[in-house]
Ligand binder design. Structure first.
Ligand code: AMP
Length: 299
C-alpha cells in the first residue's frame, strides 16, 4: 500500500495518507525548536526494550494519524540519528532491534536463552542474529507495532524473510507501513565513519573521533561518562557487517520497491539536512500523495 504511486490520492488509501500529511505541523521537514518536539514526554520504550509484560513510562501519546516507517541503509549510514529525529518530530517510537540485543548483552547473562547467548556472540563479530531469534523477539512485541503513537523501525527487517514476517505481523495487528526510507552513502565513507564512531554507554550520545569529537577527548559532553567503541565497530567486525549487508539486506530494496514503499535518500550532510531531504525525496517519489502545499513544509 504505502504511498501507492501516482494518482493514489484518488484511492481510499491515498486519501487517508493525504489527510494524514495535511494534519502534520507545517515545520515537520525543517529544523525545529526543541520546544516543538515530543522529546520531553516521550515514553521510555519499556515494552520494546524489555518485552514481556513491561510497560512504557509515560504511556505513548496516541497520534491522530500515527506514522509507521522502516529505515534501511548500511550500518553506520546514520539511521539511528535519523530515527531519533523522526521520532522527536512525528511523536513516534524508535524501535531498534540492535538496542534490544545490546541491552541483553549488558545483562549478566542470567535468564538469557542459549539461542540468545549464541546470537550475542555472533553479533559481537558483526554477524546477523538468526531470523528465528529476531522474529521471536519482535513477535513478542506486537504491542509496539500496533501502538497508536506510531513507530520508526531501525535495523529490522534485515533480510527478505524478516520483511515477509513483518508484513504478516503488521497485517495481524491491522496496521500498514507508510514508507521505507533507504539512506545511501559510498561504502568507503561509511567504513571511515564506523571506525571513528564512539558512543556514550550511559546517555547514548554518538561522537566521531575527527568528524564530531567531544570537547574533552574520550569523555561525553552530556553526562561526563567515558566514551566507548562498540565491539561491532572494530575493523574486522565492520568488514563482516558490510559483507552481510550486501548479501542479506540489500535485496530488501527491491522487495520494498515492488511494494511502492521505497524512498531513496542520499545521506550526505548534517542530520537536519538529511532529515529534510528524506521528505523532499518522498515528495519527488510520490507526488500524488506527498503534496508540497500542506504539512510537509511547502517544499
Ligand atoms: P544495529 O544496531 O542495527 O547495527 O545492530 C547491531 C547488530 O545487532 C547487528 O550487527 C546484528 O548482529 C544484530 N541485529 C540487529 N538487528 C538485527 C536483525 N533485524 N537481524 C539480524 N541481526 C540483527
Amino acid at each position: 500500500m504505502g504511498f501507492g504511486g501516482l494518482g493514489v490520492e484518488n484511492t481510499e488509501v491515498g486519501a487517508a495518507l493525504v489527510s494524514k500529511l495535511t494534519s502534520l505541523p507545517k515545520t515537520m521537514d525543517t529544523p525545529i525548536e526543541a520546544s516543538e518536539t515530543h522529546s520531553n514526554c516521550r515514553p521510555d520504550r519499556g515494552v520494546w526494550l524489555k518485552g514481556g509484560s513491561a510497560v512504557c513510562t509515560p504511556p505513548a501519546k496516541p497520534a491522530p494519524a500515527p506514522w509507521r516507517l522502516v529505515l534501511l541503509g548500511a550500518p553506520g549510514v546514520g539511521k539511528g540519528t535519523q530515527a531519533e529525529l523522526l521520532c522527536e518530530r512525528l511523536g513516534a517510537c524508535h524501535l531498534s532491534t540492535g538496542d534490544i540485543l545490546r541491552g541483553a548483552s549488558k545483562s549478566d547473562g542470567c535468564g538469557l536463552s542459549p539461542a540468545l547467548q549464541t546470537a550475542l556472540e555472533g553479533m559481537r563479530r558483526g554477524e546477523l542474529v538468526t531470523d528465528g531469534t529476531i522474529l521471536d523477539i519482535v513477535g513478542e512485541r506486537g504491542r509496539c507495532l500496533r501502538c497508536s503513537g506510531g513507530f520508526v523501525l531501525d535495523g529490522f527487517p534485515r533480510t527478505v524473510a524478516q520483511a515477509e514476517a513483518l508484513e504478516k505481523l503488521l497485517a495481524r495487528e491491522g496496521v500498514e507501513l507508510d514508507a521505507v526510507f533507504d539512506y545511501e552513502m559510498p561504502i568507503d565513507e561509511i567504513v571511515e565513519r564506523l571506525a571513528g564512531r564512539r558512543v556514550c554507554p550511559k546517555c547514548k550520545a554518538v561522537y566521531h573521533t575527527t568528524g564530531q569529537p567531544p570537547k574533552s577527548e574520550g569523555v561525553c559532553d552530556n553526562c561526563g561518562s567515558a566514551l566507548v567503541q562498540r565491539e561491532d565497530d572494530r575493523p574486522e567486525a565492520i568488514r563482516t557487517r558490510m559483507r552481510v549487508y550486501a548479501e542479506s539486506t540489500a535485496p530488501l530494496l527491491d522487495w520494498y520497491r515492488k511494494r511502492d514503499l521505497l524512498v531513496t535518500v542520499p545521506a550526505y550532510g548534517a542530520p537536519d539536512e538529511i532529515y529534510a531531504r528524506a521528505w523532499s525525496c518522498s515528495r519527488e517519489a510520490h507526488p500524488g500523495t506527498l503534496t508540497p502545499t500542506g504539512s510537509l513544509g511547502g517544499g
